[in-house]
Unconditional design. Sequence first.
Length: 340
Amino acid sequence: MAIDNSHPSVRQFASKSQILCIFRKLRPVFFLFAGLALFPQLLSAQWNATIGAQSQDLGRQGLAFLPNEIWIHAGDSITWTMAPAEPHTVTFLTANQLIPPFTEGCPGFSSDSATFDGTTCATSPLLFQGQKFIVVFPVAGNFKLICLIHQNMTGTVHVLKPSESLPHDQAFYDRVAQEQSTALLTDQDAGTLKHQHSENGVSVGHGEIIATGGGSDSISVMRFGDPEITVHAGDTVEWTNEDPITPHTVTFGAEPQDPAAPSSNVTIDVDGARHGVLNSPSDSVHSGFIQVAPQDRTGLAQAPSGVTRFRVRFSKPGIYPYICALHDVLGMKGKVIVLP
Ligand SMILES: [Cu+2]
């Protein structure tokens, strides 16, 4: 039997069932929009960045957040992944917060992810090669990013309101990160380990600080200038740290528990340099940190002069191997050959 579509009740039924059918089809879209209205974080993007860069022999360490500056939307997150063997932290402090020691955190640590809105600090623990740390940024603002271990390793995260458009995409940041990494690792000035003006002088490390739009990066060459030096019994060798920020040590024999302090058999010369004497390759002596003074700033008390030099007198012939107690894992080792 043919249906008479012209009858009003049939038309009404048909239109109702059509509406129902359309609603059923559009139901997933409706729930999607309702969900996004109720939970806007569903729209949030996840960005990627890298921490640090290193040469193949591990000697050159780019102490940097790559890219150094990134623009995201409120609700987005950034995943930082560790590239180098040298450890770092991902740290966001509150405005004017004193920078805490890396052993304390800010205080405490977030294990693998954190949320930062500017009101409470957030930091990762020490991160090692291959480890990741995720930070979610729920509110708009410009946030400084630091590493608690390395000075002059800073960056900025610009968090914009969702209504504002972002200047770059992930592909741009990947490219910038790669360019900044290459620039740090191929910098020729930073690679020049100077030979000391004094006889029997050894430079300890070398480095540079590089300013960027978002903060500063640095490159540190974790090597002794002359890793093997030959002297005679009775001579004194002088080590000088030439890195603008990174501390190093000159350590013969037993490695100390606290690398910052010199061993008890170290004395101070009249010019402020530390001094040790070795009578046998089996003896121990440790410089403690030798490091340039921190940069001064107007309005703050000037920093005391740094102790940048360590001298050791070798009274007996022999082969005396030594390390930097901080960077020996990166291959920072040397040897003094003492002839009669
Ligand atoms: Cu070192």
